[in-house]
Design a binder for this molecule. Structure first.
Ligand SMILES: Nc1ncnc2c1ncn2[C@@H]1O[C@H](COP(=O)(O)OP(=O)(O)OP(=O)(O)O)[C@@H](O)[C@H]1O
Ligand SMILES: [Mg+2]
Length: 503
């Protein structure tokens, strides 16, 4: 029987009228890997911030290694050996890998290392400790998300760390990178370190965790051994309902005119000779590894990048798409991957964020916004996408991560597009909402006859929801498949380029 490292007793926390945590009790054992799961807005990040001392609870107590406190301060929590890796990673982008790692050492030991050699040694040792090699002099802003994550981990183990908490560490990682991260997590576990991590991805929960806890509406639903559950049970704990997705089929497309077509589209250093067409009512999947050119392609379709060569047709008529304005004029909408920097105005209200792209539809003569219509349309998106919030006039920054992502989607759907380009639309979205978003996309295709281009590396998402799938590798479309001809394993193999080779 492993000893207890951390015990939370009856923790409650409210923000204004919202009860984010409602008498949450949870224990973490020494050396376990514990997954914290739950729908968007269920209170996971809030709970983590209470453990780290960032928030004070309204009620309850925290016992760490036998010592009980009502609340911890940030520095108490750090000195006890608790390290949190937040989703934004809070690393300094313009400093080098070495500086980022050694800076924490300085803070922890309350002394400044001026000795460049020592900084280098510390950084090198901590990276070696977790078996990772990243160039020490590289500015962190040049690294991939995965490597940034590993730098954050290397930095955290410099404290006498006992508990590492990771808030959605894998949401921006590809499968290979997740493997690398999991190796590091297992190594830390073998050294007796306890890991608490948040994930929405079921397969990861099953692969890595010893135990799991599910939160719903700020309450604990269950804590159990991962070995005691299966997929369906887990989904039921998360959502309170049974969910099963069928394969999407687009029906007969021959009667329709091709709605959107690209021909030999190329962008230097990004993608080359990309051609495809999409008919009304289709959901076309584009999938490939990070760096395969999929994001550049998405941006080029929306005029954010200007393709160097090739043609785009809308309704079989050549269309010039040199800017997002051109794209919008042709009925194209784009839901970006990175909601924080590309999708939202964080200080502004949920309502304004939802309206901002369709302001023309909501504006009357003399440029006055029709308030009633604005509110009605906002309310309808909040309901349709089950966005969890207090008031639509609250700043969008107070919404949980997944709910912000849903708002980005709503904002673009409000423009009533004909062609919808989605880049990783359900990253960070919980299982229940993910199914809801998928159902919405399917009905937009089937009933409203939209042409939807879904770019994603979530294998199950692409397979179940796209009637056709294009696989992109090093900037080229290397394969096209019908979804019902494939299973997850085969699609993964195609993405990894394990089977067929093309020129
Ligand atoms: N600073 C804040 N001000 C007001 N409300 C907040 C604040 N932080 C969180 N909330 C609210 O508390 C609830 C729990 O949010 P939290 O961020 O803990 O959810 P989460 O489980 O981490 O969700 P996600 O999976 O989307 O990240 C939500 O309803 C959220 O809107
Ligand atoms: Mg969160």
């Amino acid at each position: 029987m492993a000893e207890t490292l951390l015990e939370l007793r009856e923790i409650s926390k409210s923000f204004g009228g919202v009860k984010a945590l409602d008498r949450v009790s949870l224990t973490l054992k020494k050396g376990e890997i514990h997954c914290l799961a739950g729908e968007n807005g269920s209170g996971k990040s809030t709970l983590i911030k209470i453990i780290s001392g960032f928030y004070k609870s309204d009620h309850g107590a925290i016992t760490f290694d036998g010592k009980t406190n009502k609340n911890l301060s940030i520095s108490e929590s750090i000195h006890m050996g608790i390290q949190v890796i937040y989703q934004d990673l809070s690393i300094f982008p313009n400093l080098t890998v070495m500086e980022n790692i050694s800076m924490n050492y300085e803070l922890f030991n309350r002394k400044k290392i001026v000795n460049w050699k020592m900084k280098k040694r510390i950084a090198k040792e901590s990276l070696e400790h977790i078996g990772i090699s990243i160039p020490l002099n590289e500015p962190v802003e040049n690294l991939s998300v995965a490597d940034k994550q590993l730098v954050a981990i290397a930095r955290s183990i410099l404290y006498r760390v006992r508990l590492i908490i990771m808030d959605e560490p894998t949401s921006a990682l590809t499968r290979n990178e997740v493997d690398k991260l999991f190796r590091v997590i297992r190594q830390l576990q073998s050294e007796g370190i306890t890991i608490l991590f948040v994930s929405h991805k079921l397969d990861e929960v099953f692969e890595i965790s010893d135990r799991f806890t599910v939160l719903r509406n700020g309450k604990i639903i269950v804590t159990d051994s991962t070995a005691n559950i299966d997929n369906d049970k887990f989904i039921y704990y998360m959502t309170g309902r049974q969910i099963r997705e069928e394969y999407f089929s687009a029906g007969n497309r021959t009667r329709d005119t091709c709605l959107f077509k690209v021909e030999n589209l190329s962008l230097t250093n990004a993608f080359k000779d990309v051609s495809f067409e999409i008919y009304p009512g289709e959901i076309l999947g584009i999938t490939g590894l990070l760096g395969s050119g999929r994001t550049e392609l998405a941006k080029a379709l929306f005029g954010l990048y200007k393709a160097g060569a090739g043609k785009i047709y809308v309704d079989n008529i050549p269309a010039r798409i040199g800017s997002p304005r051109d794209a919008v004029k042709h009925g194209i909408a784009y839901v970006p991957e990175d909601r924080l920097t590309e999708g939202l105005f964080l200080n502004q209200s949920v309502r304004d964020n939802l309206a901002i792209s369709s302001i023309d539809n909501l504006t009357e003569r003399w440029g006055r916004v029709n308030k009633a219509r604005l509110e009605k349309s906002t309310d309808s998106w909040v309901a349709k996408l089950s966005i969890k919030l207090n008031k639509t006039s609250d700043p969008i920054s107070t919404l949980s991560g997944g709910n912000q992502q849903k708002a980005v989607l709503g904002k673009w759907l409000e423009t009533k597009p004909r062609v919808l380009v989605l880049n990783g639309p359900t990253v960070g979205v919980d299982i229940g909402s993910k199914f809801d978003i998928h159902a919405l996309l399917r009905s937009l295709a089937a009933e409203k006859k939209l042409a939807i281009i879904l770019i994603s590396d979530d294998i199950a998402e692409v397979l179940k929801n796209c009637n056709r799938i294009l696989i992109i590798n090093r900037g080229r479309i290397v394969n096209e498949r019908i979804n019902t001809d494939l299973d997850e394993k085969q699609l993964t193999a195609l993405i990894m380029n394990r089977q067929e080779k093309t020129g």
